[in-house]
Design a protein around this ligand. Sequence first.
Ligand code: AGP
Length: 578
Amino acid sequence: MCGIIGLVAKEEFGVRDELLKGLKRLEYRGYDSSGFATSNGDFVKTVGEINNLLDNVDKTLKARTAIAHTRWATHGGVTEINSHPHFNKEKTLFVVHNGIIENFQKLKEDLELEGYEFISQTDTEVIVHFLDSKIKQGKSVKEALLEFEKTVKGTYAILAINKDEEKIYALKKDSPLALGITKTGFVLGSDIYAFSDKTKKAIFFDDNELAEITAEKYAFFDKEGNEIVKAPKTFEWEEAKEQELDFAHYMIKEIKEQPKTSKRLIESLHTLQKDKLKEFAKLIKDCKKLFFIAAGTSYHASLIGAYLFNNQGIDARTMIASEFENFSLVDKDTLIIPISQSGETMDVVSVLKEIKKAGAKVASIINVPYSTIQRHSDLSIETLAGQEVCVASTKTFTNQLIVLFALAKELGYEMDIEGIPDKIQKTIDENEEKTKEIAKELSQKRDIFILGKGATYPIAREIALKLKEIDYIHASGMMAGELKHGTIALIEDGTPVISLIPKSDLSMDSSTKEVEARGAKTIIISNNGGDFIVPDSDDAEFAVYSTMIGHLLSYYIGVELNLPIDKPRNLAKSVTVK
Ligand code: AGP
């Protein structure tokens, strides 16, 4: 949450065209407000999407060093004052920050005693005044940052610049930060999206590392201030190019890309990632306890993983990452499988840091290479879905399922994975028009229920999540068998109930009849007749095709309601705070 970027170059660059275009690539991390500052002392902050900032910046504004921020509000409302960068009284020191300063209240009180006045309600403002105070006591910015690190509690990726100094100072703990090496200088960013259009060569900050970056060179330091050597890494990444957006929204583009992205993953599981797949399966077979950890859509994928592995005789459980410590026990024979699109979800990262102490092994399923979760893993399979811009996950979910199918296959589950890309295409081709039609009706409803069982229970939850996050409709994805234990009281004349009925499951038919008998308007997704007919397959594969229908429905409901589909209110794609 929150995206930060910094640019330092040998020649002057256009702030609007270079810096803010880079910031725009991070907008999925938060879009409450944004702002930038340059080493010439220029700065602008605006509320709302980055386009508002672009409208307020002189096209001719240039700089050699600048930092910028896009905010997902944590402390303090969505106002211009609370936007980053924050600055000292003289407006000579500017700071952007991603993370949370937990002891900001105490730090603020101490600084107020020194005479500092706070103008915002943010936790971040303490950083700039703390540094300013130390600098005024005669310390260098580097020394001030090292002292800050010893005093502060919390999570942070911080970029700081001084007026009239062509240098960026960077500090990181828990929140992600990377340094991209370009032809003209350096780019700092919250993740590789910030600069993957400019370079595929980067250095990834580890916790408690500080760096000083000029256009000519960079230097990294440990928390004692000793210089450390860090080697650049080269990464592979498929860009989502804005100019190629021939769809109304990224969500529909990303849904329709899936025949291609799933095919690319399947090919790689047979070639480049083949050995990793085998090693991963061995870890699964050899462990005594297995837990998936994940959040949101990735958690739904993990439920399918647990279903498949249990099916193959492996005792596998899954846990929402933020509740892991309350419900699970880990030891050195435990295998933890984090699933994450971003690889940065803080709830997952926090669990990993704890379980590593118990000696558990970590094998992850990740979309973004060199992300924090991947770097904390003993082994990692990449889902290769490429950049996903829409805040809601679609193509990355499908590829997570495919990795799980491939692992289950290694464990003995029989399945035709190679046929999936074509069947995805068929599902879209044969059902898209109908989803538009039914979306019209559903867009007028306040509550929608989705029923599933076994491999389709996670899909019921996934469809419900999309209806909530994209369409702001209250939706409940349920185990069909549980309905009659209470929730059925909510069913009345016309209540929409989406039923996921793979042909093998007769009990789903009965649950559907039970709600119909109470007046529900059922919508059936099946591979054996119904409102939406998807290709013939087993239950696990059916999960993929029924998800397509659910994602298309939520997309077209969003279109009907004219909602900001790619950037729903209050959300951010990468949830890097707890
Ligand atoms: C997906 O549509 C969501 N916006 C969200 O639930 C997401 O899946 C969750 O935050 C986990 O993210 P991750 O996969 O990057 O870890």
